[in-house]
Design a protein around this ligand. Structure first.
Ligand code: SAM
Length: 200
């Protein structure tokens, strides 16, 4: 997976590659799916949701430009895999999931990660209490960027988010350049499950 699907497709940050070496992806898939855990495709995790494909998790992680001292908000905990990868790379990870069953399973899986806080709630509203964030990663599709996420970024902070309709989205990196401006960069085309949020 690392050689062909990550390095082979352009993932270069050595810290990101090292994080993928450390986190056992088979512990984040459903029982019986372990043999498929290192394939470069999403897998079902129950409740109609998926664990994202490894390359996209790596791309989103690398796009955050993490140095080690950051606080990151992870919206859409799902299996907990993205949160575990981030936990290897930064000081603090706050991860939020709206489906109680998935939240509870991920919370148990992530028990050994002392720098991860698992929350149950609407991540489209962000999580004000731990803000501002150096980076926010959203693993669910939204037609518009939720304003709370833009506001909860530090100046210089990066938001990685799939924006578009149900069937195709643009993965964007949105960097807060000052109090009232955010710069958008297109990273690639993606297809995520929807963000179900009060924020729309
Ligand atoms: N990052 C996850 C992983 O590593 O397994 C993959 C997440 S899956 C593609 C998207 C997740 O976002 C689902 O678990 C879904 O329930 C969750 N979700 C959707 N809308 C949400 C919201 N408003 N707040 C929090 N989680 C949400």
């Amino acid at each position: 997976m690392i050689r062909f699907d990550l390095e082979g497709r352009g993932i270069r940050d050595p810290r990101v590659i090292e994080a993928f070496r450390k986190v056992p992806r088979e512990s984040f898939v459903r029982a019986g799916d372990e043999a498929a855990a290192y394939g470069d495709f999403p897998l079902p995790i129950g409740c109609g949701q998926t664990i994202s494909q490894p390359y996209i998790v790596a791309l989103m992680t690398e796009a955050c430009r993490l140095g080690g001292s950051e606080t990151v908000l992870d919206v859409g905990t799902g299996s907990g895999y993205q949160a575990a990868i981030l936990a290897e790379l930064v000081e603090k990870v706050v991860t939020i999931e709206r489906i109680p069953e998935l939240h509870e399973r991920a919370r148990k899986r992530l028990e050994g990660y002392e720098n991860v806080t698992c929350l149950l709630g609407d991540g489209g509203l962000g999580w004000e209490a731990e803000s501002p964030y150096d980076a926010i990663v959203v693993a669910a599709q939204t037609p518009k960027i939720p304003p709370a996420l833009l506001r909860q970024l530090k100046i210089g902070g990066r938001l990685i988010i799939p924006v578009g309709d149900r069937f195709s989205q643009e993965l964007l990196r949105v960097t807060r350049s000052d109090e009232n401006s955010w710069d958008r960069e297109f990273l690639c085309g993606v297809r995520f499950v929807p963000l179900i949020s009060e924020a729309g």
